[in-house]
Design a binder for this molecule. Structure first.
Ligand SMILES: [Zn+2]
Length: 436
């Protein structure tokens, strides 16, 4: 990827700051050494590359709080099935994945995310070294969880927890990578695996990421096995005390919501995946937020979404909550944008991400105000357009640490035709393996 850029000033853009008062103002951004040094009125231009921002809204980069980015070549491979049947297909294909096709998939998935305005993502997979290399090459920010499960259930070579420990050791301290440990879920992780993950997270100063209470079947089977619902059980074994982010959290009782909020467990809400896999019910996002839990938004993989667009995810998250509760006031456009930006940053424990404010990392997009889906381009409607209407095609440019990774809808850090060809080649053998 490109070396650190020199100072840059974006002039006279519509700034969707997502700061403490959610200001939307016309103004300048100045970026130096990867951070915002000026946000608002006319910025000093000395020594800076100047970019005319008049046609654009500047928007904080989206934070995708749950995905499996390397699954890009598997889009459409297991549609129209419930979770159990879906996982059966995926596990069969997984057994044929090599580190090089994981890397090809990750590059394609990251390109898709950058082109739709996502600048940070939280991932859960194996062969995460390949994902980390793709992160470095394409210039996104990756929070990369190495999947761990019980040793007798894995297709990984070696013990998953040892693989996770080694992975964290190899990548800790890189500029745009946070390696972490990801116990896959209660259906493949026993008590020892959860506690080993907790110990690893604590000893390396990171956090855990995992799937939680996605389907009724998962909850009921766990209850039958242990006498406890998953959240209560994780509390009783001592796991919840460690910093963590849980994906899905659809099937929760009031007691579990309280427990997750009290323990500071972050929730990655994945509405598209839940709807498509017919998880049933709707995640209690409103109750979780009311209880004080931090909630972000995730796309999950393209095998279950089938997109990595956070614009689509915001739109869907709002509609589902409103319709299911017969209450059009819940999850407002502003709250939806919050979930995709500042709340996502809180979820990841990163107060330097998620908004356009002096001192924060310069992760942002320039969104075309003259795109049909942003008409009328009135400042008071811009948050609504982002939450409910904007097309990915309106995302013109994307910056991570102030470095242009997308300009005029062209990926700048890799040759898209090469990225695409490699991912198509990976798909070729993965789709063949499904039929084998
Ligand atoms: Zn997932």
């Amino acid at each position: 990827m490109a070396p650190a850029a020199g100072p840059m000033v974006v002039t006279d853009a519509l700034l969707v700051t997502q700061d403490g008062t959610r200001r939307v103002v016309r103004g300048d951004l100045r970026v130096e050494d990867g951070r915002f040094t000026h946000v608002g009125a006319a910025a000093p231009r000395a020594g800076a590359e100047v970019l005319d921002g008049r046609r654009f809204a500047a928007v904080p980069g989206f934070i995708n709080a749950h995905t499996h980015v390397a699954m890009a070549p598997l889009r459409g491979i297991a549609d129209d099935r419930e979770l159990a049947g879906f996982l059966e297909v995926l596990f069969a294909v997984d057994a044929h994945r090599s580190e090089s096709d994981v890397e090809a998939g990750a590059r394609a998935g990251i390109a898709e995310m950058l082109l739709s305005g996502t600048t940070s993502f939280l991932d859960l997979y194996y062969h995460e070294d390949a994902v980390a290399r793709a992160v470095e090459a394409l210039g996104i920010r990756g929070f990369l969880g190495w999947a761990v499960l019980d040793p007798e259930l894995t297709t990984q070579s070696g013990r998953p927890i040892d693989n996770a420990r080694a992975f964290i050791g190899r990548w800790k301290g890189r500029a745009r990578i946070e390696p972490l440990v990801a116990p896959q879920g209660v259906y493949v992780c026993n008590r020892e695996t959860w506690l080993a993950a907790k110990e690893l997270a604590e000893s390396t100063g990171s956090f855990c990421h995992y799937h939680l209470s996605e389907t009724r079947r998962e909850v009921h089977e766990h209850e039958a096995k242990t006498g406890r619902r998953p959240v209560v059980w994780l509390e009783e074994i001592g796991f919840l005390a460690t910093p963590s982010v849980a994906a899905h959290a659809v099937w929760l009782t009031g007691q579990e919501i309280e427990l997750l909020a009290r323990r500071g467990v972050g929730i990655a809400h994945c509405p598209a995946s839940n709807l498509k896999l017919a998880s049933g019910g709707v995640a209690p996002v409103v109750e979780l937020r009311a209880a004080g839990a931090v909630v972000g938004l995730g796309t999950d993989s393209v095998a279950s979404n089938n997109s990595l667009s956070m614009l689509r995810e915001m739109h869907l998250a709002g509609l589902v909550q409103k319709n299911q509760r017969w209450d059009a006031t819940v999850l407002s456009a502003q709250e939806l944008l919050d979930l995709a930006t500042v709340e996502g940053a809180r979820l990841l424990g990163r107060s330097d991400l998620g908004s356009l404010e002096v001192g924060k990392r310069a992760d942002f997009s320039l969104v075309r105000l003259d795109h049909p889906t942003l008409l009328p381009s009135r400042p008071e409607a811009i948050v609504s357009h982002l939450a409910y209407a904007a097309s990915e095609e309106a995302i013109d440019s994307v910056f991570v640490d102030g470095i242009a990774v997308v300009r005029a809808r062209e990926l700048r850090t890799a040759d898209w035709n090469r990225v695409r060809a490699d991912a198509e080649a990976a798909a070729q053998h993965l789709w063949a393996s499904r039929r084998a």
